[in-house]
Design a protein around this ligand. Sequence first.
Ligand SMILES: [Zn+2]
Length: 307
Amino acid sequence: MGATGIIYKAWQNTPRPIIYNTADGKGNPIKTECKFLDPLGHPKYDAKWHGNCLICGAESQGGIPYKALLGSSYTDWSRHKCPESDHICPACAFTMMLNTASHRCCLFRYSFVADKQLHICNRKEMRDYLINPPEPPFVMAVAVSQKKHIAFKSMVSYDRENFFCNLEEEQIQVNRQEAKDIISVCEALRGIGFTKDEISAGRIRFDKIKKFKLDAYDKINHLLRSIIGTRLFALCLFVAQKMSEEDAICFLGLTLKTVPLPQGHCSSTRHTKAAMSKEDHLDTICGNKSSVSPAGQQNGQMTFPTF
Ligand SMILES: [Zn+2]
């Protein structure tokens, strides 16, 4: 079964209402209902037609004439698997139909994961699926512009450790552990105040690291250079959330210049690339409570005579 077949079947198996957890203009969490149209209810649906689908090429009993679905703004003609056909199968039609009666609901507006059911996802939920994919087979896609048909351009994945996730129209090969590591670096950098644009460009601003010891630049640079520029990085950065500053400092192996840190507060269980690759991380608080706290206190005390 192709990607749209899995998506359509997943939708059929999904209890209603299908809820999308998002936020309003002020950032308050809200739930919206996704009312996708049933292709079998399309006025031009022809149950008697039999042939290969224009878009996915799969053999199908029943379909919708393409002229009833694809408007003048449609530009994906070169992507069709069976260009000689004049009908679109219900599965492909499902991913393209716009419900004008319900906030123009259509699958292309959403990031989603389709396994046995269809999950409409916000960025946080997509992040969690990248780190912890469902049982295969599944289809995973992230919508950025929310204007392009990405479902029929996505791929079916059969492995939880190495799988595919579309970022818009681009099929990105994902290694789960690698994605997890990259997401952690992005979330840690956001935790110490970096913006996604800065992370994407590899820009390390002095004003955001000046409170840390001088090796901060090298540590961050080392982590960023090893991941930046790949398409997997772009995908991970898009879905990345934000660590608490305390966890981020721990993860990145940074040390504040003078202010003593609370002792033993690394609540994160993540293993850092910095910690694994740097020998000089032992003077941080991360995972080394006993040797760290006296140094931290000492630093704090050393500032007192200046008052
Ligand atoms: Zn099709």
